[in-house]
Design a binder for this molecule. Structure first.
Ligand code: PEP
Ligand code: MN
Length: 339
């Protein structure tokens, strides 16, 4: 159930509705909108009677929500969510490009790549300090030293940084250094991590689980929002199929489906979907044509020497071309949604 308040509702009237909701043993989540506040009723065990709210001062309507995800749903919030990261806005009307290496390897490597991607047009810098690797013998990331390098990159270039958190124990640390905290595909249903992300003051970039349906992915976002953090960016990064021509299969249909179901921004990571650099440019073009709100792309100045995901990392000149091409596509068909 969603309680939609009048535009003129006062804070006291909103409080009164919250108290009635809590009196029912439910959780109340006020959702500030463009010109009015709505209040989500969560945790209800059965149907909630709209009549309990309709007579209260300042209440416009009480709308039942039919989807399993509530705060994430467009039924709860019709207008697109915009997420501010420093000077950058992520969401409808913007194309946000996040670029950088798979992993932070050294000061020099990170700065060289950051300077290049900034010049090419990237808005945020990415790089893992804690890496989820399939093999325990592969490079695991520099840990806190990598986070410190990210902070230096931000200081020197002005680019906000995105980096992955792998577990509950290191959340405080990652949150301290990152501008956007990434939850990777392998952790999409790590519910204690999602709950901690919901208490974070940072925006969360939530990747789709490699075998997750869109409903499961949106329910994972719901975990974060239910704890009070409404700054969630969804990231499609490909799902596991039977093919061998790419590492995963990029599911671009997720873009229009998510945009219809949810008000949250959605970006596309063609690098982890493809697993090889020759597919990254065409998939990026397609993602922007499909009206994704952004791209997350791996770039390395020496991919053959990269400590992880070199095969899918673009050379800097390839990234220049990508930025030029996707901006041109965005100018033709990305600015306006024709849902
Ligand atoms: C990454 O972006 O560094 C990463 C590990 O991606 P994913 O979780 O999508 O595999
Ligand atoms: Mn990677």
């Amino acid at each position: 159930m969603l309680i939609v308040m009048e535009k003129t509702a006062t804070p006291e009237q909103i409080d009164q509705v919250v108290k009635v909701i809590e009196g029912l043993g439910c959780m109340a989540r006020p959702i500030p909108g463009g010109d009015r506040v709505s209040i989500g009723v969560l945790n209800n065990k059965g149907p909630v009677d709209p009549a309990l709210f309709l007579g209260l001062p300042g209440v416009k309507e009480a709308v039942p929500i039919t989807k399993p995800y509530k705060l994430v749903s467009r039924e709860t919030k019709a207008e697109d969510t915009l997420i501010r990261v420093g000077e950058i806005t992520i969401g409808s009307g913007y194309l946000t490009i996040i670029a950088g290496p798979c992993a932070i390897e050294s000061d020099g490597q990170a700065m060289t790549i950051a300077e290049h991607v900034k010049k090419a047009g990237a808005h945020l810098f990415r790089g893992g300090a804690f890496k989820p690797r399939t093999s325990p013998y592969s490079f695991q990331g520099l840990g806190e030293a990598g986070l410190k390098i990210l902070a230096k990159v931000r200081e020197n270039t002005g680019l906000p940084v995105v980096t992955e958190v792998m577990d509950f124990q290191t959340f405080d640390l990652v949150e301290h250094y990152a501008d956007v905290v990434q939850i990777g595909t392998r952790n999409m249903q790590n519910f204690s991590l999602l709950k901690r992300a919901g208490e974070s003051y940072r925006p969360i970039l939530l990747k789709r689980g490699m075998a997750a349906t869109i409903d499961e992915w949106l329910m994972a976002a719901e975990y974060i929002m239910a704890q009070g953090n409404h700054q969630v960016i969804l990231c499609e990064r490909g799902v596991r199929t039977f093919v061998h021509h790419s590492r995963n299969t990029l599911d671009l249909s997720a873009v229009p489906v998510v945009k219809k179901e949810s008000h949250l921004p959605i970006v596309v990571d063609p690098s982890h979907a493809a697993g090889r650099r020759d597919q990254v440019l065409p998939l990026s073009r397609a993602a922007v044509a499909a009206n994704a709100h952004g791209l997350m792309v791996e770039v390395h100045h020496q991919p053959e020497k990269a400590l992880s995901d070199g095969a899918q990392s673009l050379y800097p000149e390839q990234f220049d071309l990508l930025c030029q091409q996707v901006m041109a596509i965005f100018n033709v068909c990305g600015r306006e949604d024709s849902l």
